[in-house]
Design a protein around this ligand. Structure first.
Ligand code: GLU
Length: 445
């Protein structure tokens, strides 16, 4: 495989899709050695096929606001790869959403889902719609309009969307209601549903919890105890919330969270009622950081900056893609931390990843670290299929097992001759091999 040639080709076909091209390049660089040992892959053009989505649906989403004004957003569903199961992946509602971001997320999801051990293909969708400042009624009308088109492309054995940035329990509820009305079917077509109507216990917490189970195992490879460690977290959404809760439960101390306007530094630790307060602010659509600093003594709001400048033992990206760049990586490396992990999808830029790996920093990529979210979605699908509702303990045990198994796959495929575990390579190779083998078995389709 000639990575540069493939990339040139892809850049010509899809000019300007920078996030997508970044995600593909990372995977190709990781898998090229093992790929070259499999001439049958080359013959079947596995790479050329795996980098193109099986299908992309793009559609108009018109809706009316509370004043009666009409708005038009763009809706997307990128059904990337169904080799190992029905398409599965979240929906993102955020003004930054475009085709490149949808494709990068769908591509990442394919390998992430392969790592979970569950039979799920990869997809992503969403819209450039912003829920910020919108009333419940406006969000409902938007979701209904979005589903009025999406419903014909999804189904419990076809494609099962879920949440992502801007899509939480409320949005899943409105989307599900409209799907049910249009199809007259009550089925497990979405995950992240409410507990009373087919949702799985622990799904809201699962991304953050799973990430901390994974980080704990990373630390154990270097005989480091997580207790008493300080943790820098970015973001203030669902993922940051779950990560902060579990980090605290494991005995670590979370000292930052961040929003678009800056970050909060709270040396006393962000836990308990402080986390609940952050949730309250988020639910009301308010800024998180400045009200937090006003309420809790000893904390401070640092405007317009990212939390990476703070000294800590563990750094977790929990907000969005490319939120940690090469300069940030230099700053973090100077603090000699125990561990850096992407909890957001592709949280680090390519040069930041290279710096961490070259420094032999204990570092892991989002597709391994944050896979607990979609894995628990997979467990929700199972519960819907067998029409049962598992206890929290049962789901948590399975989540533990899955995160453990993802870690094992990373160690198996990522351990270098000098003993350094390259989790980026490990995760990419393990995910890729599973999808490639499934595609080989199913012929040229
Ligand atoms: N959006 C989440 C992710 O990036 C969850 C997807 C899902 O549960 O299907 O993996």
């Amino acid at each position: 495989m000639e990575v540069e040639k493939i990339m040139q080709n892809l850049e010509q076909k899809h000019p300007g899709e920078s996030e997508f091209l970044q995600a593909v390049r990372e995977v190709l660089l990781s898998v090229k050695d093992i790929y070259n040992q499999h001439p049958e892959f080359e013959k079947a053009k596995i790479i050329e096929r795996i980098v193109e989505p099986e299908r992309i649906v793009m559609f108009r989403v018109p809706w009316t606001d509370d004043k009666g004004d009409v708005h038009v957003n763009i809706g997307y569903r990128v059904q990337f790869n169904s080799a190992i199961g029905p398409y599965k992946g979240g929906l993102r509602f955020h003004p930054s959403v475009n085709l490149s971001i949808m494709k990068f997320l769908g591509f990442e999801q394919t390998f992430k889902n392969a790592l979970t051990t569950l039979p799920m293909g990869g997809a992503k969708g969403g819209s450039d719609f912003s829920i910020r400042g919108r009333s419940d009624a406006e969000v409902m009308r938007f979701c209904q309009s979005f589903m009025a088109e999406l419903y014909r492309h999804i189904g419990p054995n076809v494609d099962v969307p879920a949440g992502d940035i801007g899509v939480g329990g409320r949005e899943i509820g409105y989307l599900f209601g409209m799907y049910k009305k249009l199809t007259t079917q009550w089925e497990g077509v979405l995950t992240g549903k409410g507990m009373e109507w087919g949702g799985s216990i622990l799904r809201p917490e699962a991304t953050g919890y799973g990430a901390l189970y994974f980080v704990n195992q990373m630390l154990q490879t270097r005989n480091i105890d997580i207790k008493g460690k300080s943790v820098v977290i970015s973001g203030f959404g669902n993922v940051a919330w779950g990560a902060a809760k579990k980090a605290t439960e494991l005995g670590a101390k979370v000292i930052t969270i961040s929003g678009p306007d800056g970050y909060i530094y709270d040396p006393a630790g962000i836990s308990g009622e402080k986390i609940e307060y952050m949730l309250e602010l988020r639910a009301t659509g308010n800024d998180i950081c400045s009200p937090y600093a006003d309420k809790f003594e000893g904390s401070k709001f640092v405007e317009g900056k990212k939390p990476w400048e703070c000294k800590a033992d563990i750094y977790l990206t929990c907000a969005t893609q490319n939120e940690l760049n090469g300069q940030d990586a230099d700053m973090i490396l100077a603090h000699k931390p125990d561990c850096v992990a992407e909890v957001s999808n592709m949280g680090c830029t390519a040069d930041a990843v290279t710096k961490f790996v070259e420094a032999q920093q204990l570092f892991a990529p989002g597709k391994a670290v944050n896979a607990g979210g979609v894995a628990t979605s997979g467990l929700e699908m199972t519960q819907n299929s067998i029409r049962l509702h598992w206890s929290g303990q049962e789901v948590d045990e399975k989540l533990h097992y899955i995160m453990h198994s993802i870690h094992e796959q990373c160690v198996k495929y990522g351990t270098q001759p000098d003993g350094y575990i390259d989790y980026v390579k490990g995760a990419n190779v393990a995910g890729f091999m599973k999808v490639a083998h499934a595609m080989m078995a199913q012929g040229v389709v």
